[in-house]
Design a binder for this molecule. Structure first.
Ligand code: KG4
Ligand code: ZN
Length: 352
């Protein structure tokens, strides 16, 4: 019923995808998708350099969209709408994708859907598994965000918890840097952790036991740094012990949130860190303890991609019966919390 072109450029992945709302399997719902990673461009700096990212998006995006259309054997005219990430993220990159989306919408007369990148992550589990019903408890864990949200429907997000300092992906990336594992850090820490003993290094579990389900990872990261400098443990044991401590925190916090949320149909995990197999295993056990199933998209849909942006467009298309379309003068937003009503958390910075 709807064929939507998705565009993603909010961090260091340039991505385009065509999503078909009627596909009966994941590989027919995603008609075509391409993800151009900028890892190599940022690796020498040990992290994402916003200016390099924006320039790379500007170079790569248009040819990438042309390739995706060619892969699908479709023309732009076959699309029902153009969905582009409008925030939150690195503003230069977001502008590249949003302006491209606007230009394509204007040239073709198709509606523009300005998508919140976090909503893309939040709804991606329903792209992978359309039987997933609202409401669900969502653990959203990426490089920039670490939140627990009650997802009541499209556009209905109640934030139950957020991080008061680092995001979980950020903690993995910083640990990788401390251990000299390079960039991007999360997958490298996970690989090395498989060879280490998760009980070898005593590390703190910040906020575990507190009644509110918020997160904190700064103290854990500093403890990894001190343990590394002390030189008594090997890198694999440090990686494994860090990963175990981080997972223990996430499981304890999610357990509290399950108690605070209303009745939910499932426990859902999304965002880049949801690609971590050890985290998924621990969450599956927690979900089972609560009589729930764990829904986790395949890893390629956990890290940044455009299929989730196209899918968020599909969800909005269905909710509004195709009468969609955002104004073409809509600005890109560097910050754009999913729950705009959520109160700031004591001790937290200004992260959305
Ligand atoms: O969602 P994402 O691709 O980008 C953001 O919107 O932030 O998430 C990227 C984050 C990075 O911090 C990366 O290190 C982390 O997800 N990540 C992982 C794994 N794969 C990606 N962290 C732990 N284990 C992994 N396997
Ligand atoms: Zn993301």
């Amino acid at each position: 019923m709807a064929l939507i072109l998705g565009i993603e450029s909010s961090c260091d992945e340039t991505a385009a995808a065509i999503v078909d709302s009627d596909g009966d399997r994941l590989d027919t719902r995603i008609v075509a998708q391409r993800i151009a990673s900028q890892d190599a461009a940022h690796r020498p700096y040990g992290g994402v350099v916003p200016e390099i990212a924006a320039r790379a998006h500007a170079e790569i995006l248009s040819p990438l969209i042309a390739q995706v259309l060619a892969d699908a054997g479709l023309s732009l005219d076959a699309m029902d709408a153009i969905a582009a990430t409008a925030g939150p993220g690195l503003i230069g990159g977001v502008m590249v994708g949003l302006v491209t989306g606007k230009a394509l919408a204007m040239a073709t007369g198709k509606p523009l859907l300005a998508i919140n990148h976090l909503e893309g992550h939040a709804l991606s589990p329903r792209l992978a598994d359309p039987t997933l019903e609202f409401p669900y408890l969502l653990l959203l864990v990426s490089g920039g965000h670490c939140q627990l949200l009650e997802v009541g429907g499209v556009g209905q997000y109640r934030r139950l918890a957020t991080t008061i300092d680092d995001a979980l992906g950020e903690a993995f990336d910083k640990t990788a840097k401390i251990l000299g594992l390079g960039y991007p850090g999360g997958p490298a820490v996970e690989r090395l952790a498989r060879e280490g003993d998760p009980r070898a290094v005593p590390l703190p579990r910040p906020l575990v036991g507190s009644g509110e389900p918020h997160f904190s990872f700064a103290g854990l990261k500093s403890a990894v740094m001190r343990a590394q400098l002390a030189g008594q443990h090997g890198k694999a044991d440090l990686a494994a012990s860090f990963q175990q401590a981080a997972i223990d925190c996430v499981i304890d916090r999610t357990r509290i949130a399950l108690g605070a949320a209303g009745e939910v149909s499932a426990l859902v995990v999304a965002g880049g860190v949801a690609a971590n197999a050890a985290l998924r295993r621990a969450l599956a056990t927690l979900a089972a303890d609560h009589g729930l199933r764990l829904v986790a998209p395949p890893p390629v849909l956990c890290t940044d991609n455009a299929a989730m942006i196209g899918w968020a467009g599909v969800e909005r298309w269905h909710m509004e019966n195709g009468r969609v379309g955002d104004p073409l003068d809509l600005p890109a937003r560097p910050r754009w919390p999913l729950d705009e009503q959520a109160a700031p958390v004591r001790g937290a910075g200004v992260k959305g």
